[in-house]
Ligand binder design. Sequence first.
Ligand code: 1HN
Length: 345
Amino acid sequence: MNDLGRLEDLPPDYVAALRAQNLVPLWPSLRAVLPPIKPLPQTRATYWSYASLRPLLLQAGALTPIEKAERRVLVLANPGHGLEKMQASPAIYLGMQLLLPGEWAPSHRHTPNAVRMIVEGEGAYTTVDGEKLPMSRGDLILTPTGLWHEHGHDGDQPVVWLDVLDLPLVHYLEASYHINGARQTVKPGAADRRYARGGMLPTPGFQRAGSAYPMLRYPWVEARAALLSLAGELAADEPVQISYVNPETGGFAQNILAFYALMLRPGQTLQLPARSPSCVFHVIEGDATVQVNDQRFTLAPADTCCAPGYTPVMLVNLSSDKPAFVFMADETPLHQKLGVYETRD
Ligand code: 1HN
């Protein structure tokens, strides 16, 4: 590989003359923006322990009333990007949100897409587009772009969930904004009951929903049962994984990020190939290690980690007699739409 000319090789008055006209020579920066063979990610493999962050999140509950926060969240920030950027990866934002009994996080809508993975506590709910969605451990709740959403809590213990948004990307596009709204009127019905069984779609009046987001809540009891059923079907060396999809189309549930649940059989080691999108892992049940390059994280329930793209990841279930269940989020729909998605051996 030939060495390209450096900025220091140019006469300072020439560089100053360029700068005065908002001009920049490409060649000193070409290798940085177009590295050979593989990108140079800023995203660092990073681990967040729930046991360690939980007391700080509860402390936020004591320090800052919900009215002063709107959303009481500790952001899981990737040091590779700089903590102030509040991003886990190029397109993924992660935060742990606390709602205390009786609190209400008022209605708003915004351009970034969000999902919530419920981590602990019972009795809270999110109302999305007029649908009241109860929150229980492991449930996945969608808040797609533009839909009104607010959170309430009728229980008597703190509720915590993991927010996953495509905020870094939408902010980068200078397309991120919100609008505040009034408390929503709740409509009757629950889409997770309308779409209760795989392969069977509601067809009132001979019409399928055709809505971009027909299902907003994916109960963990259903996802867990689907994984156990799949595990009984597949050979022992096949990955046991489901995708959260739009039940009307089979496509990913949202436009930019994808969401999955994975079951690791007792003692299973699962090698995930290197793929272009960055990825997030969050343990719902069990104990597992996640190895990214030379770093190995040990995840207990509710622990979270992330891995940069183009990097193989190895998952190991640490139990020899119980399955482990892992929630995953990645940037696959975005990479596929942009035509940059790839898998490497
Ligand atoms: C948001 O609207 C929520 O509605 C949570 O709970 C986290 C982070 C950035 C921007 C909007 C919520 C958020 C957010």
